[in-house]
Design a protein around this ligand. Structure first.
Ligand SMILES: O=c1ccn([C@@H]2O[C@@H]3COP(=O)(O)O[C@H]3[C@H]2O)c(=O)[nH]1
Ligand SMILES: [Zn+2]
Ligand SMILES: [Zn+2]
Length: 245
């Protein structure tokens, strides 16, 4: 079954021309939000949507451009919509998300644990889960910041979405050649050094067959200067709809 992808933003953590690299994945009436960064509530508003239209959120890692909007989302859901949003997150990230990121702003009478605001669904890498009919997710742990857990994921076995990750050519080739992945949505640091992200030059070094599956996201503000310089790879555009799978 195909999915509809709409990026809330396609910018990197410091981008000002683009929102944070967060996404909406639609399958039928179901809407999954992938990451909820600082700019996610504004991006939703600009699309004429409210948080009430989100069925669940999936988190890749706990940098601000991926979780910085969760406090607002959680509070809006609780105090405006009287809902507890479903939060899919690696089991390793549940405590860090609450204790290092959310608890300072959210702790008050009646909110002492992350479960008081979110319907937390801890997930484990390499154990696929079904979110709704036609939407299966499998987390894959991928390196980003040394000593911190970070995850990418597969959608319906054929679409790979990179959480922020360092260049992993063997993984990307394995996914395309051996797991039948047809589309790779990849974060891309346009200017070296990438260090914690793959750079455009690194992604350009991949075999043509792999490059031809790649849509670039999480890019810098001067992305327009790189149009025509990405070989078979193309830039994802925020707010546009893509039918994948
Ligand atoms: O060791 C580090 C840690 C972080 N950073 C920057 O901070 C940003 C945090 O969000 P991000 O993961 O989207 O991108 C990261 C980089 O831009 C870095 O350059 N080196
Ligand atoms: Zn990021
Ligand atoms: Zn990051």
């Amino acid at each position: 079954m195909s999915i509809e992808l709409q990026m809330l933003g396609t910018g990197n953590a410091f981008a000002k021309n683009y929102h944070n690299n967060n996404a909406l994945i639609h399958v039928g009436d179901y809407t999954l939000m992938v990451d909820c960064g600082i700019t996610a509530p504004l991006a939703l508003h600009q699309l004429g949507k409210t948080v009430n239209e989100i069925d669940a959120i999936l988190i890749t890692h706990i940098h601000g451009d991926h979780v910085g909007g969760l406090e607002e989302l959680g509070f809006q859901m609780k105090f405006i919509y009287n809902r507890k949003p479903v939060l899919y997150i690696a089991s390793t990230l549940v405590r860090p998300l609450w204790e290092h990121t959310l608890s300072g702003g959210m702790t008050q009478e009646g909110i002492e644990r992350i479960e008081d605001v979110f319907d937390v669904r801890p997930i484990v890498a390499e154990q696929p889960i079904t979110l709704t009919e036609g939407l299966d997710i499998e987390l894959i742990q991928t390196p980003h910041i040394d000593g911190k857990n970070s995850y990418s994921f597969l959608v319906n076995e054929t679409i790979f979405y990179s959480g922020d990750m360092k260049f992993q050519p063997h993984l990307l080739e394995h996914l395309v050649y051996e797991r039948g992945v047809q589309t790779i949505l990849h974060d891309c640091q346009l200017h070296p050094p990438g260090i914690v992200h793959a750079t455009l030059d690194e992604l350009l070094s991949l075999p043509e067959q792999v490059r031809s599956t790649i849509l670039l996201m999480h890019y810098n503000d001067d992305k327009e200067d790189f149009i025509g310089k990405t070989k078979e790879m193309t830039f994802l555009e925020q707010h546009q709809f893509y039918t994948l799978g």
